[in-house]
Design a protein around this ligand. Structure first.
Ligand code: NAD
Length: 293
């Protein structure tokens, strides 16, 4: 397929490289990045002209809306606008409506798997859009990822992503605060892992991404909490879930608490640039009566 790839950053560049490797005809555009091995156009509209699929991998919804406004008039009838960024549900649905009004198809398909999954071609895509649009871009998902789940109409991919990551943020915090409590009760961390990972408190945060160094499978905790999945990216997703909860009038007190804890961690407590599991040393340094450093 002829693919225009807009946004060649940490995720976009390796994803585009996997499309090239799979034999697709890729033309890229980025305002800053110039990755090797990908043919580049002089503008997003130039890349989009004549493409079967315009794939965007951009920082946020405002930038997505601006890029969509530029590329939609340049796209050929019947082409698909495929956004793989993580953005707010409202922006995903607004961009899909604009594409539809212009005779185009649209799919929102945020990913999980991070930079490692992007490079290895093992991402999971959570897709929203029509059956026809999903079928059209499925070969691209196959080239860039291991799994693509069709979650329903436009916006539902973003909805699935932020709901999943809201659970992840909450369970990571719960796992970290429980480890810090266990420490103070004199419970060995290995014993804590052995019990919880096989009991009703288990979650992906404990069993696959254990925040305690030297315990469980190898994780960013074993690498000085270098990301992995950076705390500021978790904060972004938690803020999107809170924005969506407000718009949809949903009651999400645990999501709200997780968003506030990660906001303080990133903005005031040195968490920026650290893995999101570095919540464990944060809790270790604090107490029930004393807020800690
Ligand atoms: P990034 O900042 O490395 O890349 C974004 C790229 O977009 C940059 O190269 C930037 O120059 C480019 N860009 C910005 N405005 C542009 C414009 N108007 N036109 C063209 N290019 C423009 O970010 P990333 O880590 O690659 O993440 C991209 C998206 O994927 C984000 O929405 C992020 O939330 C999501 N995501 C990231 C990860 C991760 O682990 N990094 C995991 C899952 C999802």
């Amino acid at each position: 397929m002829k693919v225009a790839f807009i946004g060649l950053g940490n995720m976009g560049a390796p994803m585009a490289a996997n499309l090239v490797k799979a034999g697709h005809d890729v033309t890229g555009y980025d305002t800053v990045a110039r990755p090797e091995g990908i043919a580049l156009a002089g503008s997003a509209a130039e890349a989009a002209a004549g493409a079967d699929v315009v794939l965007t991998m951009l920082p946020n919804g405002a930038i997505l809306r601006a890029v969509a406004a530029e590329v939609i008039p340049a796209m050929q009838p019947g082409a698909v606008l495929l956004d793989c960024s993580t953005v707010d549900v409202d922006s995903a649905r607004a961009v899909a409506a604009e594409a539809g009004a212009a005779g185009l198809m649209a799919v929102d398909a945020p990913v999980s798997g991070g930079v490692g999954g992007a490079a290895a071609g093992t991402l999971t895509f959570m897709a929203g859009g029509s059956d026809a649009a999903f079928a059209r871009v499925k070969p691209l998902f196959d080239a860039m990822g291991a799994r693509a789940v069709h979650c329903g109409p436009s916006g539902n991919g973003q909805a699935a992503k932020i709901c999943n990551n809201m659970i992840l943020g909450v369970t990571m915090i719960a796992t970290c605060e429980a480890f810090a409590l266990a420490d103070k009760l004199g419970l060995d961390r290995q014993a804590m892992f052995d019990v919880v990972s096989t009991s009703s408190g288990q979650s992906w945060s404990m069993t696959a991404y254990c925040p305690a160094p030297g315990v469980g499978p190898t994780s960013p905790a074993d690498n000085g909490y270098r990301p992995g999945f950076a705390a500021e990216l978790m904060l972004k997703d938690l803020m999107l879930s809170q924005q969506a909860a407000e718009t949809a009038d949903a009651d999400t007190p645990m999501g709200a608490a997780a968003a506030e804890l990660y906001r303080r961690f990133v903005e005031d407590e040195g968490g920026r640039g650290r893995d999101f599991s570095a919540m464990l040393p944060r809790f270790e340094a604090r107490g029930f009566r004393k807020a800690g450093p």
